[in-house]
Design a protein around this ligand. Structure first.
Ligand code: HEC
Length: 126
């Protein structure tokens, strides 16, 4: 019995150390979950000829364009949402004047959280 408790304690500690509080929800899919958000909220400005593209060089109409970033560099750092300007902008953690989507209501919190998880999981084209 004592050994069982010990095993359970070790298990609990290693689960906690893992840091993924939502393990059961599984991985976020770019095609099924992230792309539809970009299409709905961002692409109108971040496509060839759009206002966001003209100002920053960022297109958000494909995975490749998203990962290519702005004319100044990447907006996604795979595995690190807090280093990814795209996340910081949609989460409102950057200067409020450039919160994205520009001049519109902020994305819902669970949507922002999903983008964060996708980046932290490696920002894959999955
Ligand atoms: C109404 C138009 C519009 C919409 C919608 C929009 N953007 Fe933008 N976006 C802009 C403009 C304009 C800029 C350039 C901002 C500037 O430099 O003043 C920009 C710049 C950016 C940048 C680059 C900022 C930098 O580092 O220079 C990112 C990242 C970005 N947008 C992400 C997004 C995301 C993600 C969405 C959707 C959730 C979105 N945008 C929706 C207009 C828009």
């Amino acid at each position: 019995m004592k050994a069982l408790y010990m095993t359970m304690a070790v298990l609990a500690v290693s689960l906690a150390a893992c840091g993924h509080k939502e393990g059961p929800k599984g991985s976020v899919s770019f095609a099924a979950q992230v792309k539809p958000i970009l299409d709905r909220n961002c692409v109108e400005c971040h496509k060839a000829g759009g206002e966001g593209y003209l100002k920053s060089g960022l297109r958000l109409d494909s995975y490749q364009a998203l990962m290519a970033g702005t004319k100044f560099g990447p907006v996604i750092v795979p595995g690190s949402s807090i280093s990814s300007s795209l996340y910081l902008l949609v989460a409102g953690k950057a200067d409020p004047s450039i919160r994205m989507p520009h001049n519109k209501a902020a994305l819902p919190e669970d949507t922002v959280e999903m983008i964060k998880r996708w980046i932290d999981q490696g920002a894959q084209n999955n």
